[in-house]
Design a protein around this ligand. Structure first.
Ligand code: AMP
Length: 214
């Protein structure tokens, strides 16, 4: 099964993708994680996108489509969870073509609905484990009291450079201008499955499970 998790920054896509990976043996493909990895390893592309990402703007379609294309050549496992991709109509068209080329297709697009006020609060409270990327949130899922990551035991936690109110404003505007048209696009294709992304992590996970098994 191949699915997209669609929603604004802070909707909980990364958290739910990890739950789906564990529960269903699916593979998370996060273009945001891939771009951050390219920056950390200092590749030429990583350096080129750094300022764009920090400002909260979208990098070019060509770059992210290329990243996804490379991953689709790998193991399909239990299917892919596209997290943060596609973000434009051109990326959505490209994804459809790439999946077709690999003899597969998209099963569902889970639209995670969360209102903007909740997004600001969530994003400014967010951190991740520096070793495994487990996502924490001061409000909903704080770092364990012993200071160790519950997934890998790591003790280094970091906040994203773009998780601040200023770049969040740009990220939200990019979402509404360029990504939200995908809601209509996938609705018209009969793939859209909206879920309430505001609830507790487990409640959202169970709603997603229900729509995927429907
Ligand atoms: P994310 O981790 O998904 O919030 O992505 C972080 C940043 O990476 C975004 O604000 C963009 O600058 C860039 N990015 C990630 N995925 C894409 C994409 N599909 N298209 C364009 N830019 C992206």
């Amino acid at each position: 099964m191949n699915i997209i998790l669609l929603g604004p920054p802070g909707a909980g896509k990364g958290t739910q993708a990890r739950i789906l990976e564990e529960g269903r043996g699916m593979i998370q493909l996060s273009t945001g994680d891939m771009l951050r990895a390219a920056r950390t390893s200092g590749t030429e592309m990583g350096q080129r996108v750094a300022a764009i990402m920090d400002a909260g703007e979208l990098v070019t379609d060509e770059i992210v489509i290329g990243l996804i294309e490379e991953k689709l050549n790998g193991d399909h496992g239990g299917g892919f969870i596209f997290d943060g991709f596609p973000r434009t109509l051109a990326q959505a068209d490209a994804l459809g073509e790439l999946l077709e080329k690999h003899g597969t297709s998209l099963d569902a697009v889970v639209e995670m609905r969360v209102d903007d006020d909740a997004l600001v609060a969530r994003i400014t409270a967010r951190s991740t484990c520096g070793d495994c990327g487990e996502v924490y949130n001061d409000l909903t899922k704080p770092i364990p009291a012993d200071g160790k990551c519950s997934n890998c035991g790591g003790t280094e936690f970091k906040r994203r450079a773009d998780d601040n109110e200023e770049s969040l404003k740009v990220r939200l505007m990019e979402y509404y201008k360029k990504t939200s048209p995908l809601i209509g696009y996938y609705y018209a294709k009969g793939k859209l499955a909206p879920v309430d992304g505001l609830g507790e992590i487990d409640a959202v996970a169970s709603e997603i499970s229900t729509v995927l098994d429907a």
